[in-house]
Write a protein that binds this ligand. Structure first.
Ligand code: FAD
Length: 299
């Protein structure tokens, strides 16, 4: 039985692991994909303290990884498929075995909201992507990358792909809703921003065609692929029946009504999804666990 299981090695999980490791906890950090989580998709992070010239999501992730190495924190590669609680501990089932832990910090972030489009279930569906890092490298044959969304993520993706040499168009139902400085940069790069509502998508020989409406006007926009950034939802699909029924998040996290269970980072961030907040949430959860163990808490 571990002292602490941390699910998800994005900024929240990494920060929690660093604190708990230094406090001498017997911990396991479980990650299904790449260490760094969603931060790996960020083009340029300019608001996280310590990087006066900004830093790419991939570069800051490798700094986090380096710090984990120094502390001998080795994430366990597995997907948590079910988490539930009994009297004395939590049972964590993964795709490579199960384990028990006295405390759990859920740091699983979010999943992208799906774009409802006619034709998305057909052959064109293969050209709809939700992760900027899954966009193939530009080749001589590459066409335009269409991005649907109007927030910071959509504009960040556009700048990212533009820097990779791709032609990009942003399509947003209600225009730009991003930080003014991102809009300025997009304009400077002459990236087209189209205010229109996408309705349908089709596969064509050269890529895809997307039907959109803008007021009474109908238009068809062509591209090679579609990258969607229209919002995100908490990733908690692995909660078992007892937790699903009883779990309540206190004060927007990290504390919950279940002793020993915490949620930190974007998973409880609502619309405040930022690296600094995720790191803070992970640290707070770690310190609360340390506190309860020195007080001789029930678990
Ligand atoms: C385009 C873009 C730009 C951004 N720019 C900035 C910025 O400039 N500044 C800033 O502060 N923030 C930025 N962010 C936000 C930042 O990336 C997030 O706030 C941060 O990554 C949240 O950290 P987290 O640890 O809560 O979750 P995540 O980073 O989402 O990490 C969650 C981790 O949990 C893992 N996981 C999920 N489910 C399971 C499971 N069942 N089993 C095992 N592992 C699981 C995932 O694989 C993932 O690695 C940006 C985000 C995007 C998309």
């Amino acid at each position: 039985v571990k002292d602490v299981a941390i699910i998800g090695a994005g900024p929240a999980g990494i920060a929690a692991a660093i604190y708990l490791k230094r406090a001498g906890a017997d911990l396991v950090l479980i990650e299904k994909g790449e260490v760094g989580g969603l931060l790996r998709s960020a083009n340029l992070v300019e608001n996280y303290p310590g990087f006066p010239n900004g830093v790419s999501g991939l570069d800051i992730t490798s700094v986090f990884e380096e710090q984990m190495k120094t502390l001998s924190i080795r994430p366990k590669k597995a997907t948590v498929t079910r988490l539930d609680v009994d009297k004395n501990s939590f049972n964590i089932e993964t795709d490579s075995g199960s384990l028990r832990s006295k405390n759990v910090i859920i740091c699983t972030g979010t999943v992208p909201s799906k774009l409802e489009l006619d034709g998305a279930d057909g052959p064109a569906g293969k050209s709809i992507l939700y992760d900027v890092n899954s966009v193939p490298k530009k080749t001589a044959k590459s066409g335009t990358a269409l991005i649907v969304g109007g927030g910071d993520a959509a504009f960040d993706y556009a700048l990212n792909l533009n820097a990779r040499g791709r032609e990009v168009k942003i399509i947003s139902r209600s225009g730009a809703k991003c930080l003014p400085l991102l809009l300025e940069r997009v304009k400077k790069e002459k990236i087209k921003v189209i205010t229109a509502d996408p309705t349908a998508i089709r596969k064509v020989a050269e890529g895809i065609e997307m039907d959109c409406v803008s007021g009474k006007r109908k238009m068809t926009i062509e591209g090679e692929l579609l990258l969607v950034a229209i919002g995100r939802l908490p990733k908690i699909d692995f909660l078992g029946p007892k937790l699903k029924k009883n779990l309540k998040i206190l004060n927007k996290g990290p504390e919950t009504n279940i002793e020993g269970l915490y949620l930190a980072g974007d998973v409880v961030g609502g619309s405040y999804r930022q690296t600094g907040i995720a790191v803070g949430g992970g640290i707070l959860a770690a310190m609360m666990i340390q506190d309860s163990s020195t007080r001789g808490g029930a678990r």
